[in-house]
Design a binder for this molecule. Structure first.
Ligand code: FAD
Length: 466
């Protein structure tokens, strides 16, 4: 079988390794438009903030391809799919036939059509990240346009490097898709305390050499302007080939498009009306496609994902999940707000189950609430105990002892406590060994402390019983 993967980003790179784990025989070719070896895009925020170097975010070792008989054609976009002859045509003119084609073309950054926008740098790729870092070395003031997850991470990263930063956001509050207005306000205050000036409800009208002109005529001074205005699924290739495209390339539960020989995964795919913008669904989809096309598990199906968004910005703890915007009219809402401490916690409960939560500021409850949200199981009656674990006799939420084996610890790679325990039982004694065996911690990395806690607790138990 000849398998071609178009796109060597987080979904495409994962797919080739999942295929090779199941099938050593098929001919696998992956095309990547970027010249880089595949890297962990999620960790670009850490590169911008200086907590990771560019060489620490690699996903696959360059030698891996040769060792596993996978042909990687990098810096060479595929420009056309000929469905009649089942051939892809690359920019350099090469034509490569396929039996199975997987599109993993991701998204591209949205660049607002405003005058002077070419002076600004989008934040999507490692090249972008390096361009921002290079510019920041000679800049005295930065503006980030876009107050979603990425814009906040970029602004915090640049502020952490000592650059005064203004964050401009069109909506009335930050991260309006994940947060309610009060959480957005508390987050803004926390960021302001870390050197990021927040301006919400403003529209950038022009990028000038001296800064950004707002729609009301005000000039926000800056000599570095970063764009984080959202992404658009990269669907052009699929559309040109006549595949069904809505917001993304439409796929079924096998991740198959309306052409049975062509699949789509990751941010370019639309499953059940949803286009995901996080890595966990992309990696889950890669595993399902690998099962289906290699025949390792022909009945594997993707049924959609429940998402947890976690901000990776130093000194700002934020997790948001599910239907955070529901009000008391439609759900039971439990809320605690302490603005002076940068704390905001909200639970949204329907029919006794957690359907949404916001946890801003340090909280021991994140792990437990994430599990309750994931499993959709009934909640204990003590709501305060859920928001304040450990207080007044309530269970210490994230204790590895209390966590059931089915609890998902690594959201990005879908790794449970039970799998970590099994890995420990077969000899792994630290996080590095657990990561090598299960991939836990290798996505966004926010579960590292939890994995460390479980391994430490198992080691302690071993000491006790020895
Ligand atoms: C700064 C930043 C921080 C993020 N933080 C998080 C986070 O904390 N948690 C989280 O879950 N997600 C996060 N994300 C989102 C996450 O990175 C994406 O969901 C993930 O990368 C999607 O994987 P993908 O393979 O679908 O797309 P990509 O990783 O974008 O890969 C697509 C690849 O396909 C290539 N390509 C496109 N067209 C062609 C073509 N015609 N021929 C060949 N190659 C092509 C592109 O060049 C690209 O390399 C973040 C993203 C960014 C930019």
């Amino acid at each position: 079988m000849r398998i071609i993967v178009v796109g060597n980003g987080m979904a495409g790179a994962r797919l080739v390794s999942e295929v090779r784990a199941r099938d050593k025989e098929s001919k696998v070719t992956v095309f990547g438009a970027e010249t880089w070896q595949p890297y962990n895009r999620v960790l670009l925020s850490n590169v911008l903030a200086g907590s990771s170097g560019p060489d620490q975010v690699r996903l696959l070792d360059p030698a891996w391809y040769g060792e596993h008989g996978v042909e990687a054609v990098l810096g060479t976009p595929v420009v056309q799919i000929d469905r009649e002859t089942r051939t892809v045509i690359a920019e350099d003119g090469r034509r490569v036939p396929y039996d199975v084609l997987v599109l993993a073309t991701g998204s591209r950054a949205i660049v607002p059509p405003i005058p002077g926008v070419e002076r600004a740098i989008p934040f999507r790729t490692l090249d972008d990240c390096q361009a921002i870092l290079a510019a920041s070395r000679t800049s005295s003031k930065a503006v980030v346009i876009g107050g979603g997850l990425l814009g906040i991470e970029a602004a915090r990263g640049l502020a952490g490097r000592g650059l005064p930063v203004t964050l401009l956001h069109l909506a009335g509050h930050l991260m309006e898709r994940q947060l309610d207005a009060e959480a957005g306000l508390v987050l803004g205050e926390t960021l302001a305390g870390l050197g990021v000036e927040i301006r919400t409800g403003v529209s950038a009208a022009e990028v000038l050499p001296e800064g950004v002109r707002l729609a009301d005529g005000t000039l926000v001074e800056a000599d570095l302007v970063v764009l984080a205005c959202g992404v658009r699924p990269e669907t052009e290739l699929a559309a040109q080939a006549g595949l069904e495209v809505r917001r993304g390339v439409v796929v079924d539960d096998e991740l198959r498009t309306d052409d049975p020989a062509i699949f789509a995964i990751g941010e370019c795919a639309e499953h059940d009306g949803v286009v995901y913008g996080l890595v966990a669904p992309a990696w889950e989809q890669a595993a399902v496609v690998a099962d289906v096309i290699t025949g390792a598990a022909k009945d594997a199906r993707y049924r959609g994902s429940r998402l947890v968004t976690r901000l990776k910005a130093k000194s700002v703890e934020l997790a948001a999940m599910g239907e955070t915007h529901l009000t008391e009219e439609h759900a039971e809402v439990v809320r605690f707000s302490h603005r002076a401490r940068g704390t905001y916690r909200k639970l949204v409960i329907r029919e006794g189950r957690l359907v949404g939560a916001i946890l801003l500021g340090e909280s021991a409850a994140v792990g437990t609430l994430t599990q309750l949200f994931d499993r959709g199981g009934p909640l204990p009656g003590d709501r305060a105990g859920l928001l304040f674990p450990g207080v007044s006799g309530a269970a210490v939420a994230d204790s590895p002892v209390r966590m059931p084996d089915s609890a998902k610890v690594c959201q990005c790679n879908n790794v449970t406590k039970g799998q970590i325990r099994a890995c420990w039982e077969s000899g792994a004694r630290d996080v590095t060994a657990v990561a090598a065996a299960t991939r836990a911690t290798t996505g966004c990395g926010t579960c590292r402390d939890a994995v460390e806690g479980i391994v430490g607790w198992l080691c302690e138990q071993e000491g006790v019983s020895a």
